[in-house]
Design a binder for this molecule. Structure first.
Ligand code: SAM
Length: 224
C-alpha cells in the first residue's frame, strides 16, 4: 500500500507504538498503512457515516489487519475513550468541523493532535490559539496541483500568531514549498478582499482586516 504525500506527511508524525485514533477515517488508509509498517499495533478508525466506515472495514480486511482496528461509528471522538489513545489524527475535513470535534472532547488536550484542515485555516488557527493549543509544527505538502498543510498540535503556549500567520501559518522558513504556499494564501486573501470591496453592503472592519492580512502575507513572502 502506498500513501499519498498528504497522508504520508501525517503518518511521518505518528510516534512509534502510539495508540492512534483516526477521526473521519473514510478508507482508513492512514491507520492501515501504519499497522502494516509496524509503527502502531492497534488503531481506532472513527467516522460519522456508515458508508465511509464500511470502506475502512474493507481496507482493513483487504490488508488483513481487521483484528487490529476498532471501528467506531460516531461524531468526532464521542465514542473514543481518553484512556485508549495517545495520538488523534483528523484530516481531510473543514477547519470548523475540526474545531467542533476538539471543542466537544476537551480531553483531547492531553494528546498529540495531527490536523490537516481543508478549509477555514485562519479560523482553526485562531480557535487553537484561543483554546491554549500550540501548533508545534506545520509541514506543507504538494499533491498533484494542490498544496496542503499538516499540523502537529499539543496543548501549551504559543507565541500569538499575527493576522497573516493566522492565514499562512508559521512553517519552517526553509520549507521549499513556503513561497508557493504564501502565494496561494495571498491569492485567497486577495479574492476575499475583492469580494468585500465589490459588495453593496461593505464591511469596512473586514476590509481593513483583510488589507492587513494581505500586506502581512506580502511581507512574509519578501522576507523569504
Ligand atoms: C474527505 S474524508 C477524509 C478521509 C481521510 N481522513 C483523509 O484525510 O484522506 C472526510 C471524512 O470525515 C468524515 N466526517 C465528517 N465529519 C465528521 C465528524 N464530525 N466526525 C467523524 N467523521 C466525520 C466523513 O464522513 C468522511 O468520511
Amino acid at each position: 500500500m502506498e500513501l499519498t504525500p498528504r497522508l504520508r506527511a501525517l503518518a511521518d508524525l505518528v510516534p512509534q507504538d502510539a495508540r492512534l485514533a483516526d477521526v473521519g477515517t473514510d478508507h482508513a488508509y492512514l491507520p492501515v498503512w501504519l499497522l502494516l509498517q509496524g509503527r502502531i499495533s492497534r488503531a481506532i478508525a472513527a467516522d460519522l457515516r456508515e458508508g465511509p466506515l464500511n470502506r475502512a472495514r474493507e481496507t482493513a480486511r483487504q490488508y488483513q489487519v481487521e483484528d487490529k482496528v476498532s471501528f467506531r461509528l460516531c461524531d468526532g471522538l464521542s465514542l473514543v475513550d481518553r484512556e485508549e489513545v495517545d495520538v488523534i489524527s483528523i484530516a481531510g475535513m473543514g477547519g470548523e468541523t475540526i474545531a467542533a470535534i476538539l471543542q466537544a472532547a476537551p480531553w483531547a488536550r492531553e494528546k498529540l493532535l495531527l490536523l490537516q484542515p481543508m478549509t477555514s485555516f485562519p479560523d482553526l488557527r485562531l480557535w487553537l490559539q484561543q483554546h491554549a493549543y500550540a501548533i508545534q509544527r506545520e509541514r506543507i505538502v504538494r499533491e498533484g496541483e494542490r498544496l496542503y498543510t499538516v499540523w502537529a498540535v499539543t496543548a501549551g503556549a504559543m507565541e500569538p500568531l499575527t493576522l497573516a500567520e493566522l492565514w499562512a501559518g508559521r512553517q519552517d522558513r526553509e520549507d521549499p514549498l513556503r513561497a508557493a504556499y504564501l502565494e496561494l494564501m495571498e491569492s485567497k486573501a486577495k479574492r476575499a478582499l475583492e469580494g468585500h470591496l465589490a459588495s453593496r453592503q461593505r464591511d469596512e472592519g473586514e476590509i481593513r482586516r483583510l488589507t492587513r492580512v494581505l500586506e502581512g502575507l506580502r511581507d512574509m513572502r519578501k522576507e523569504l
